[in-house]
Design a protein around this ligand. Sequence first.
Ligand code: HEM
Length: 288
Amino acid sequence: MTGVTLTRSLHSNAIANAALKGSAVLWFLTAVIGQWIFAYYTVVFYGGSALRGDVEAVNKNLIHGIISGDLIGNVMVIAHLVLAAIITFGGPLQIILGTVLTSGGPLQNISKLQSAAGAVHRLNGRIYMLTAFTISIGGLYMIWTRGTIGSFAQHIAISLNGVLIMIFAAVALGLAITGNIEKHRRWALRLFLVVSGVWFFRVGLMLWMTIHQRPVGYDPVTFTGPFLYFLAFAQYLLPLAVLELYFRTKDKASAPGRFAMAITILVLTVLMGVGIFAAFMGMWLPKI
Ligand code: HEM
């Protein structure tokens, strides 16, 4: 390789790396905005209804909601909504803190900002892990004792989501405790995606509705149909698959491969942005 071709190759490698990183950051920031809107909706709608004692508004929005005489079930629903707000706000925050903590410089040269981020990361991490476990166990309890809308396949899909959340939380926590930071980062991202499954479901459904302008591939009354069966699994399996592709591209791919991945992430970010906007306008804003 001549000096000129070597310089060109280094140059295109640097641009490909920057494009990949830039697209991932843009995807993440878009997701953070969308998740914090969802958290805001949960707090304002359910919190507001609770403060006003408006059980009817809550029940109109849920499949079963608050049922008189079902103390355990009602506690589970209330806990689920409180934990939903905590985890949807705390999840993105945890990734942001982790990034500040590990960005640049060896750990012994850690800045004041980084050590503060580290302390909050550890505290928020404990809350996040505990929330991930309890929200999944509560969700499983609600699905298999009270049931919910949709078919058996959808109940299996969301249950698998709950089980994956608990497994990934345990793995990410174990890796953090043993100091295996690089692997911890990757499992924390996988955990973030499975925890975001129910959010991806809402965003994906509203994107689909925006594209078709009417319910296609499912029955809006029974909430069953092939598109919803697909989405129930895709809500966490698709983001996990894209993340694995991203890790592999980052580790091994050539400059053109990195560009291709960056463009894929940009396209997915635009689609996700459309879904977030549609969910905000159609699902959340009318209730807050
Ligand atoms: C981990 C992240 C999760 C979040 C942020 C979350 C959030 C929510 C929210 C906000 C609602 C109220 C419906 C709405 O206003 O959109 C809800 C309902 C529900 N969630 Fe979750 N959820 C999560 C995980 C799960 C899991 C893993 C399961 C099951 C295994 C589950 C089962 C349910 C059920 C059955 C309802 C309906 C309750 C009813 O209609 O009475 N959730 N969830």
